[in-house]
Design a protein around this ligand. Structure first.
Ligand SMILES: [Zn+2]
Length: 240
C-alpha cells in the first residue's frame, strides 16, 4: 500500500482513539458526580426541613404566649367572680370564661399538632443525615476509584498522543493538510473502509474503476460522492 495512504489511515485511527477518551472520562466521573448530586439534594432537603421546624417553633412559642395570657385572664376572672353582684355580671363573666377556655384548648391542640410535626420532621432529618453520612463514607472510596481510572486513561492518552506526534512528524505537510481539510467536516469518518464496493462514509456504491484503485492502494483514492479517503480493510477486518 502507498505509504502516504497508510499514514493517513493510521492517523484517522489515532484521531478516533483520541476522541474516544472524552466519553471514557465522563463515564469514570459519572458515579462520583451522581453521588455528589444525591448528597447535595439531601443537604438541601435537610436545610429546608430545618427552616420549617424553625417556623413551627415560632408558631408554637406564639401559642404558648397566648396560653399564658389566657391563664392570667382566667385567674383574673375567678377573682372577679367573687365580687360580682348581679346575675348579668355573672353571666358575662361566665361567657368570657367559656371563650377563654375554648381558646386554651385550641392553643393546646395547636401546640400538640406543631410538636408532632416538629418531631416528625426531626426524625426525617435524622434519617437524611444518616443517609448523607453513608454517602460521605463511600465518597472517598469512589473518588479513589475514579482517580485510578482517570490516571489509567491519562496514561493511555499520553501513549496515543505520542503515537500521533510521531506519525504527524513522519508525514508530509501536503498529506496532512489534505487530511485535516476532510476531517474538519468528516470527523472520525475521514478515512473509511470500502465494503461490498460501497463507501462506508456515505454508503454509496463506487464504480469498478474507483474500486480497483482502492484495491491496488497505489495512491490515495477519494470517494467520488462524498470526498472521504477510501481504503480496503485487511481481511481480518478492524472492527471499525
Ligand atoms: Zn463516500
Amino acid at each position: 500500500m502507498n505509504k502516504h495512504l497508510e499514514q493517513l489511515i493510521e492517523l484517522s485511527h489515532v484521531d478516533k482513539e483520541i476522541d474516544a477518551f472524552e466519553p471514557q472520562i465522563e463515564e469514570a466521573n459519572l458515579q462520583y458526580d451522581a453521588l455528589l448530586a444525591t448528597k447535595n439534594s439531601i443537604t438541601n432537603e435537610i436545610n429546608a426541613l430545618k427552616q420549617e421546624i424553625k417556623d413551627e417553633q415560632i408558631k408554637k412559642h406564639k401559642n404558648e404566649l397566648h396560653l399564658a395570657e389566657l391563664s392570667a385572664k382566667l385567674e383574673e376572672n375567678s377573682k372577679k367572680s367573687n365580687e360580682v353582684k348581679t346575675e348579668r355580671e355573672m353571666k358575662s363573666l361566665q361567657l368570657e370564661e367559656e371563650i377563654a377556655k375554648e381558646q386554651v384548648s385550641f392553643a393546646n391542640e395547636e401546640i400538640e399538632r406543631l410538636e408532632k410535626l416538629i418531631d416528625h420532621k426531626q426524625s426525617k432529618i435524622d434519617e437524611l443525615e444518616a443517609k448523607a453520612a453513608e454517602i460521605d463514607g463511600t465518597l472517598a472510596g469512589v473518588k479513589a476509584d475514579v482517580d485510578v481510572k482517570l490516571a489509567r486513561i491519562d496514561e493511555e492518552r499520553k501513549e496515543v498522543f505520542a503515537r500521533k506526534e510521531a506519525l504527524v512528524g513522519a508525514m508530509n505537510q501536503k498529506g496532512l493538510s489534505f487530511y485535516q481539510k476532510i476531517r474538519r467536516w468528516a470527523k472520525n469518518t475521514t478515512a473509511v473502509a470500502v465494503r461490498n464496493q460501497a463507501c462506508m462514509g456515505c454508503y454509496m456504491a463506487i464504480s469498478d474503476k474507483v474500486y480497483s484503485d482502492v484495491i491496488k492502494g497505489e495512491e490515495i483514492t477519494m470517494c467520488p460522492h462524498c470526498g472521504r479517503i477510501l481504503f480496503l480493510e485487511p481481511s481480518d477486518a478492524i472492527g471499525a
